[in-house]
Design a protein around this ligand. Structure first.
Ligand SMILES: [Zn+2]
Length: 241
């Protein structure tokens, strides 16, 4: 039974490593998908900024058209002032000129403000485009690297599984079946006993059972956590013998 216990311990190490590698294999594509989603979000933000810029540019063009109208209105009013025939007409023309001037001034102020804001917005978009480009390059590299790592991992897993199966093939069928059943339920199926304590559940092992474990001729389970037990020093002793 010593040999079987040793194989069980070895099998458990293989299984733990395989489990880790399986988890890694699952997490690599997930990380790539997250990076892709982040890039798509960045693209959405940029699209929104571009649409906003286009709206603001259209608004600036409207303001410019309005400014031109007001300018024409002003020059028409000035021409009228030159041709007035009485005070009443003069006052009316002056009033019109004053109003057009005020309108023109406020248009120009608005346009100045808008032009400034547009410059800032274009600069912001330029920065975002550069960032997006950099991240796209990085993602392409990450994608390539992930593919390489996945291929390497697949090979490693296949190799580890072959080694695991080789160990399993040397186990007695009933022992292997028991191991699989406990592993399914409790994760860890084989546990060392050190001193007289189960390392998994920290329960003291009854003296009679401890004697059996020291002899190592039978397959024994922990009365508390129902895992397969082996006396740690039994396997060590066998290595030196
Ligand atoms: Zn236990």
């Amino acid at each position: 039974m010593r040999e079987q216990l040793k194989l069980l311990e070895e099998l458990q190490q293989h299984d733990a490593r395989l489990k880790e590698m399986d988890a890694l294999r699952a997490s690599l594509p997930r990380k790539l998908a997250e990076a892709k989603a982040a890039l798509a979000e960045l693209q959405r933000i940029l699209d929104r900024e571009r649409a906003e810029l286009a709206e603001n540019e259209a608004f600036l063009r409207e303001q410019e058209a309005e400014r031109k109208d007001t300018e024409q209105q002003l020059s028409r009013a000035k021409a009228r002032l030159a041709q007035v025939r009485n005070t009443k007409e003069s006052l009316a023309a002056q009033k019109e000129i004053e109003s057009a001037r005020r309108h023109l001034e406020s248009r120009e102020e608005e346009m100045k403000r808008l032009t400034q804001a547009l410059a800032e917005q274009r600069e912001k978009i330029r920065r975002q485009e550069a960032q997006l480009e950099a991240e796209r390059t990085e993602l392409a590299q990450q994608e390539k690297l992930t593919q390489q790592r996945m291929a390497a991992l697949e090979a490693e897993i296949a190799e580890a599984r072959a080694r695991r199966d080789e160990v399993a093939s040397r186990l007695r069928a009933d022992v292997l079946k028991k191991y699989e059943a406990i592993r399914m339920k409790r994760g860890v199926a084989v546990v060392a006993v050190e001193g007289a304590t189960c390392r998994a559940c920290n329960m003291n092992i009854p003296p009679q059972l401890f004697n059996l474990l020291q002899r190592g001729t039978t397959l024994e389970l922990c009365p508390s956590c129902h895992r397969i037990l082996y006396w740690a020093r039994l396997l060590e002793a066998e290595q030196t013998s």
